[in-house]
Design a protein around this ligand. Structure first.
Ligand code: GAL
Length: 414
């Protein structure tokens, strides 16, 4: 085993021009701590170990990664960056601008990443032409999950419009079922908000409002309607929603306490880890309206000293994009592979629907980056929007006031 490990490492180290005796090691900062997430990251730990790597785990609990990003900043400021970090979207380029990322172009070129990744995903992984991150998957954010038995018992179909959703929710409330399982944490509010905004405004409006930050879109009547729908949905959550973790909200759908959850397909990872079957125990559909909100998880390597750590970064980057990991990890995680050459035969109906709609929306120009999951904007900009969304959801603020605050917050962010 050990000899095999060293042989693999030596080949890698030679390829990268570093010491042949390096033994790969990596301290990995991530926020994958729920049942489905932990099962998924274990796949990477095992592959790393079986290729001779020594993994030091640095999990920072907190869905959406806000706490992990705070921990990262503290580590980098103290001059002790982790070797590999779950990082995504424009945050990758923001860290690159601070001069603290390692260049992994050697691995990317040797492994032919440019040939197997869609250009849109590759673009997120590059910093001024060099490769600075390795993509793990494509999560779709605009999903609605449902308990199949609860819907059947109440004569409800998966909603295809927001009016249908509202009507179903009222019916469920009358029957004593919580319509919407939600966790009152700002990133979860933002997750629901962007799905509602895409559904009500459509893909072009989403692009203008949450990608281009166009003041006209931000202050439009459509935006007022989006906040109106958020207010309506506030009436569909139970009174204990505040602070609840997203996976506990998923559990409410699983056990029939609630009917629906609006959440990215990491929720499917929870259903699967609990032994539930899509199409039988739970249902998946895109939230009402057109478009597809993508969220690509990736790992960036930070500049570190020492051949062992550098060999660890190279090995990790190589394994992450390799076909076997992309398949096994994503079967657990609920997402689909970032590579285009991994067959989806073993994937479930939700994953196949995701892949199909990723293709069709890409062709139609409605494949859009998730703002709530850090794919569309710089951190200060998305943070400014989320603060308003959360303040509105948790108060009796009018939609008109929310729109005004949104425009002001965006204007003052950079
Ligand atoms: C997302 C991340 C997913 C999942 C989710 C909940 O931002 O991309 O992989 O972990 O947060 O923690």
């Amino acid at each position: 085993m050990k000899r095999f490990a060293l042989a693999t490492v030596s080949t890698l180290a030679v390829a990268a021009g570093s010491s042949v005796l390096a033994e790969p090691e990596a301290e990995v900062l991530h926020w994958w701590t729920s049942g489905g997430e932990a099962k998924s990251v274990a796949v990477l730990q095992e592959e790393f170990a079986s290729n001779g790597g020594t993994w030091t785990d640095m999990p920072v609990a907190g869905g959406g990664g806000d706490a992990a990003m705070t921990a990262l900043r503290a580590r980098v400021l103290s001059g002790n960056a982790p070797t590999a970090v779950q990082l995504k979207g424009p945050a990758i380029q923001e860290w690159y601008e601070e001069g603290v990322l390692a260049d992994i172009s050697g691995v990317a070129e040797a492994e032919g990443w440019a040939e197997v990744l869609p250009a849109s995903i590759a673009g997120h992984m590059k910093c001024e032409g060099t490769w600075c991150a390795a993509p793990v998957n494509v999560h779709r954010v605009d999903w609605i999950w449902a308990n199949a038995d609860v819907l059947a018992a109440n004569g409800i179909e998966m909603p295809t419009t927001w009016d249908e959703f509202n009507a179903a929710a009222v019916k469920l409330m009358d029957a004593g079922v919580i319509p919407l399982a939600h966790g009152g944490q700002s990133w979860q509010d933002a997750t629901v908000f962007e799905a509602v905004l895409l559904g009500i405004g459509g893909p072009e409006f989403y692009q203008k409002a949450l990608v281009d930050l166009d003041p006209e879109a931000l202050t439009s009547d459509t935006m007022v309607q989006v906040f109106d729908q958020m207010r309506t949905m506030r009436g569909f959550v139970d009174e204990n929603f505040s602070g609840r973790d997203w996976n506990l909200a998923t559990a409410m759908v699983m056990n029939g306490e609630a009917a629906f959850q609006i959440m990215g397909d990491w929720a499917k990872g929870e259903f699967l880890a609990a032994g539930k079957t899509p199409g039988e125990d739970f249902l998946c559909a895109s939230t009402p309206g057109d478009g597809y909100l993508y969220n690509v998880d990736s790992f960036a390597m930070f500049s570190v000293d020492g051949d062992d750590k550098k060999a660890g970064q190279e090995l990790l980057a190589k394994l992450i994009v390799a076909p076997n990991f992309q398949k096994v990890f994503n079967l657990n995680k609920g997402s689909i592979p970032a590579r285009t050459d991994v067959a989806l035969d073993d994937f479930d109906i939700c994953a196949n629907l995701s892949a199909e709609e990723m293709g069709s929306t890409s062709a139609a120009g409605s494949l859009l980056p998730s703002y709530a999951h850090g794919m569309a904007l710089r951190g200060s900009q998305s943070g400014a929007i989320t603060d308003v969304v959360t303040a509105h959801f948790n108060s009796d603020m009018s939609s008109a006031d929310a729109v005004q605050q949104l425009a002001d917050a965006v204007a003052n962010s950079y």
